[in-house]
Design a protein around this ligand. Structure first.
Ligand SMILES: Cc1cc2nc3c(=O)[nH]c(=O)nc-3n(C[C@H](O)[C@H](O)[C@H](O)COP(=O)(O)O)c2cc1C
Length: 379
């Protein structure tokens, strides 16, 4: 069978291989899905500004994130529950990241432990994602394991402060047997701390509710983030920043080595801006701090052209969530690897056509917001 030639074709193929519940779980945004839809659509509001006749013979997309070299500025965002997509689960995604020479962020709500990932792919560049759990022992355990496994950074997701309604349930819209089959486990939540024993006691039926309970904590404050910093020597990446003042807060406290501008794929608070639109405000705030904190973004990236636009606005790198899940569902490791390759090839083509030989040639003048462009044309 011919391979898909675009990320969108992987979406179609990947989703066609999934049953009802994972499709909804992977694809649904929260509430009215405004942020989910706008995160993709927003890229259409940015237009490319190519420079012609630049004599480009070679395109170099390599870059360094937190001091580590990757082949191109597109990493894999943390996504929970990869086992729904394919039996190779997070291990498949991780091996694909090594094949393509990029970074993978491993979700704490994964169906594989980070130690298993690193055994399967010892050369992988992996960052471990976690939430500010109510259960501090769980956080400590996760960090200890990440450090022992050779993980290079912690990604703390800060945009899950309360419940969200994705209007799905494994019980009403999916097959309960599938959702709770014996291969499906969230091993990070199986540790034996006084609270986490609850996982085993409650059993699979309550697994979803239990994980949500562990993650969503509106009483979290900067103090909790500071506490994480005291128990690790790894650099901290703060994920889920959508406002300049929040970026300033975590930078001025000396906590964030990097931030990810993210709307959690539209899965948490609906109604917040598309990350590509928020990026400018956040970069401005970071500049005002005078720090060299790296700024990445995720959300709605479906093509090399989208990547180029995000880099032009000012992101150092981007991360993709659903596209990797589509690749995994379509064809395991090979599918994820090919999705990354498509992004890389497309970015290379757009760079060539826009007159950019290296990533530093991509500047704010490489792109213009449609509204500004049209305003210029007004009589
Ligand atoms: C199925 C699914 C599971 C996710 N799980 C997590 C997670 O465990 N932790 C986290 O910080 N973000 C999680 N995210 C959000 C992604 O890391 C990322 O922010 C988002 O998917 C980017 O948008 P995109 O899917 O349009 O690329 C998840 C996203 C999806 C689609």
């Amino acid at each position: 069978m011919a391979l898909p030639q675009t990320v969108r074709e992987y979406e179609e193929l990947g989703l066609s291989r999934l049953w009802n519940f994972p499709t909804l779980y992977y694809m649904r945004g929260s509430d009215d899905q405004q942020t989910f839809a706008d995160s993709e659509k927003a890229f259409l509001r940015y237009r490319l500004r190519p420079r012609i006749l630049r004599g480009i013979n070679n395109i170099d997309m390599s870059c360094s994130l937190l001091g580590r070299e990757i082949n191109f500025p597109i990493g894999l965002a943390p996504t929970a529950c990869c086992r729904f997509a394919h039996s190779e689960k997070e291990i498949g995604t991780c091996i694909a990241s090594v094949k393509q020479g990029t970074v993978m962020i491993h979700s704490c709500a994964s169906t594989t432990k980070v130690s298993e990932l690193m055994e399967a792919a010892p050369n992988a560049l992996v960052w471990q994602q976690l939430y500010l759990f109510k259960n501090k022992l769980l956080t400590q355990q996760l960090i200890k394991e990440a450090e022992a496994s050779g993980v290079k950074a912690l990604v703390v997701t800060v945009d899950a402060a309360g419940g969200c309604n994705r209007r799905i349930s494994p019980y009403t819209e999916g097959s309960r047997e599938h959702a709770c089959n014996t291969e499906f486990r969230l091993p990070n939540f199986e540790i034996s701390t006084p609270d986490c024993l609850g996982y085993q006691k409650m059993g699979d039926q309550n697994l979803w509710a239990y994980c949500a309970f562990q993650c969503q904590e509106s009483s979290n404050s900067l103090e909790d983030l500071r506490w994480v910093q005291t128990i690790t020597s790894l650099p901290i990446v703060v994920k889920g920043i959508i406002k300049g003042s929040d970026a300033k807060k975590v930078i001025e406290e000396g906590i964030a080595s990097a931030i990810i501008v993210s709307a959690h794929g539209g899965r948490q608070l609906d109604g917040i801006p598309a990350p590509i639109d928020a990026l400018g405000e956040i970069l401005e705030a970071v500049r005002e701090t005078g720090s060299n904190t790296e700024v990445y973004m995720d959300g709605g990236i479906r093509s090399g052209s989208d990547v180029f636009k995000a880099l032009a606005v000012g992101a150092k790198a981007v991360f993709v969530g659903r596209p990797a899940l589509w690749g995994l569902a379509a064809n395991g490791t090979e599918g994820v690897s090919h999705v990354l390759e498509l992004f890389r090839e497309e970015l290379s083509d757009v760079m060539a056509q826009c007159g950019c030989a290296t990533l530093s040639d991509i500047t704010p003048s490489s792109v213009i917001n449609e509204a500004k462009y049209l305003a210029k044309l007004e009589p």
